[in-house]
Design a binder for this molecule. Sequence first.
Ligand SMILES: C[S@@+](CC[C@H](N)C(=O)[O-])C[C@H]1O[C@@H](n2cnc3c(N)ncnc32)[C@H](O)[C@@H]1O
Length: 298
Amino acid sequence: MRTVLIVHIPALLDKVVEFLEPIEGKRILDATVGTGGHSEAFLKRLGSGALVALDQDSQALEIARTRLNGPGRQVSFIHSNFSNMKQAAENLGFYKFDGILMDLGVSKLQLTEPDRGFSFNRNEELDMRMDKRQHLTAKGIVNKYKEDSLRGLLQEYGEEPFARRIAAAIIHYRQKKRIETTLELAEIVKKAVPRKAWPKRIQPETRTFQAIRIAVNNELENLKQGLAQAVDLLDTGGKLLVISYHSLEDRIVKRYFKSCSQNSFKILTKKPIAPEKEEIFNNPQSRSAKLRVLERAS
Ligand SMILES: C[S@@+](CC[C@H](N)C(=O)[O-])C[C@H]1O[C@@H](n2cnc3c(N)ncnc32)[C@H](O)[C@@H]1O
């Protein structure tokens, strides 16, 4: 197994451990285990406690299984979308947890492993599915969606100022040929956005790729359902930690936590916690991470 090159560095690890307090006997649900970075740290402290590790990405889950299993450890693995976490946990006999982590977004594995089709840094077939069992792919979206649907998703999920031009360019291109690869899509976007208007800190195609990824994986709707289920699974005194990586996700988390704080819940992070400069230097992928924590008071 090629785990060495693709290990994802867990974001805000110290803060996550501090809030989650994974100590002897606790029951922890890692609802986005990925390749197991956060969970590895939990298991070092959990002793006879239990860890349930869930992810919708079977490739990540296999790596996590190899990394996290070991003598004396109580770990259960679930291949599922977190929008179904309550039923999935209950099927294993877990009805309440002391801590739940949702570390949203993509993992380094998904961005760097060949043939996942998420990245514009390499030419490969457009795909972007976190869960390979699902039918809809990025290729399906760019080749089948109507112009106004494409424009809408670029505006809504990418906050892309040139959504109209990009959608028109995609439609124009596919009149001649289907869009097959990541670099083909990246080129279409680069040509559609005027050079003078290219963003300074990101590549011109970044927002388009983000928007299509969110649409392929239905990320915002799954997040809303996942939050509601996580809250249901929290025992008294239990904490829900959510790390988001863009403003659309963070807005959903912030609003949901606020609505919960009106009954039985306490928000433990008045402002979201962001990584220090040193962490961003060592792990640039963490630069936009924001951690929010909710506690069930009664
Ligand atoms: C940022 S990575 C998590 C990294 C992990 N905390 C670690 O330390 O290795 C995000 C993970 O969440 C998973 N994920 C995203 N949305 C999901 C969903 N709706 N249901 C289940 N897993 C999801 C992705 O497949 C990915 O593996």
